[in-house]
Design a protein. Structure first.
Length: 395
């Protein structure tokens, strides 16, 4: 009896040891499969589904709901990059020879509307680009015209900051409004056709790209498709034209001008990384610039979807719902670049592919978030018509 009693602790220890080893092996296998099927060997056939679900379920929310918060300049080291951002975002005070004066336009606190702060407010300056100031100026123009507002030049930057602290938003609303029935052509005509403002050319590039992606002409559409490694020549050319207008074809590391081949590589990587749900902050920020431009251009389109929240089209609730819906439309368009679009048919796939999908990024989107086909058709015809009138001049 005493011998049996002595063996029991050893047996219990052995059982616990085997259980621990089993759990460790199971966890190891899980993470190996997760790496293989969820990172290393993602199938390009599913890129559109991955990207669409990621955008609609997670990534678009910060883009449609981001709001600026005041930054205390003294909390961070003063750099040229930060000073430039402060001037554009909230203004700053500059003291020369004992005389203080306000510097900057304070675009982000004058009208507190959505902006994408994917690195947080305190590090947003790291995403500065050449024409960010002109983008914010375009944003302000859109807000004023669509909401029948005017820039109150009598308000100082400090007064605007005080208003933000007390949560008194200029204009009253917190989401972008619409133009109520205005065409894309009308929207484009609000932009200056001049070399000093590149956003007209960017608008032309976006119109061309959306028109090509949604085209019913198979020969044209194939030039806007992703083949698993690179995108077609039509989409490449449109994106390159937009980058050229913004003076952005430069290396982020060295500042050197990129060759055409280097630019095309950057464009292809943008679609690979978005399809694999591993876009860099710069790529994600570029996506949100395109979305905002798309939102501005489509502000006058009357979408048919019946389930917008709020019955009053002037209400903030309605504006919020519309912004989210337009983001879903844009995600649907961008995912259409990939093979099988936003929703690959998985009804007849084999065991290995089913196993792969268990460990790959999410592909499911709530049916309530899907966009109406009639609205996609409205976008297609509207952009096709606009493409005839607004032709790219930058190559």
């Amino acid at each position: 009896m005493s011998g049996e009693g002595a063996r029991k602790p050893t047996t219990m220890y052995g059982m616990l040891r085997m259980a621990f080893i089993g759990i460790a092996v199971g966890v190891g296998i899980y993470y190996v499969l997760l790496f293989l099927f969820g990172v290393a060997f993602l199938d390009p056939e599913y890129y559109g589904s991955y990207m669409y679900a990621w955008r609609v379920n997670y990534a678009d929310k910060p883009m449609t709901h981001g709001r600026y918060k005041l930054i205390n300049e003294l909390d961070y080291p003063s750099t040229e990059e930060r000073q430039k951002f402060y001037e554009l975002a909230q203004g700053r005070v500059e003291t020369i020879d004992g005389v203080s004066k306000e510097v900057g336009d304070a675009y982000l606190i004058r009208f507190n509307r959505p902006e994408h702060y994917l690195r947080g407010f305190d590090h947003q300056s790291s995403l500065n680009f050449n024409e960010y100031g002109s983008f914010l100026k375009l944003r302000e123009k859109f807000i004023c015209e669509s909401e029948n507002l005017k820039v109150d030049e009598s308000l100082t930057n400090e007064q605007l900051k005080d208003m933000m602290k007390s949560k008194k938003t200029v204009g009253g609303e917190m989401f972008f409004s619409g133009y109520k029935g205005k065409s894309i052509d009308y929207m484009m005509n609000t932009l200056p056709e001049s070399k000093t403002d590149p956003w007209y050319e960017v608008g032309c590039a976006l119109i061309n790209a959306v028109s090509g992606i949604l085209s019913l002409d198979a020969d044209k559409r194939v030039k806007y498709m992703f083949d698993g490694a690179k995108v077609g020549e039509g989409l490449r050319a449109d994106i390159k034209a937009g980058l050229s207008a913004l003076k952005e074809p430069r290396s982020k590391e060295t500042g050197e001008i990129l060759s055409d081949e280097q630019i095309y590589k950057v464009i292809d990587e943008f679609f690979v990384h978005n399809g694999r749900v591993c876009a860099s902050p710069y790529e994600t920020y570029a996506y949100s610039r395109m979305y905002y431009m798309f939102n501005f251009l489509t502000a006058g389109l009357e979408f048919s979807v019946p389930n917008f929240k709020g019955s009053d089209k002037e209400s903030n609730e309605f504006r919020e719902a519309r912004m989210e819906y337009v983001a879903n439309i844009f995600a649907r368009i961008m995912s259409s670049v990939y093979p099988n679009g936003h929703n690959k048919d998985v009804s007849e796939i084999g065991f290995i592919e089913k196993l792969r999908n268990k460990f790959s990024p999410m592909m499911n989107v709530d049916a309530k978030k899907e966009v109406a086909e009639d609205d996609l058709e409205l976008v297609r015809t509207s952009f096709e018509e606009a493409a005839k009138k607004h032709v790219l001049t930058v190559q």
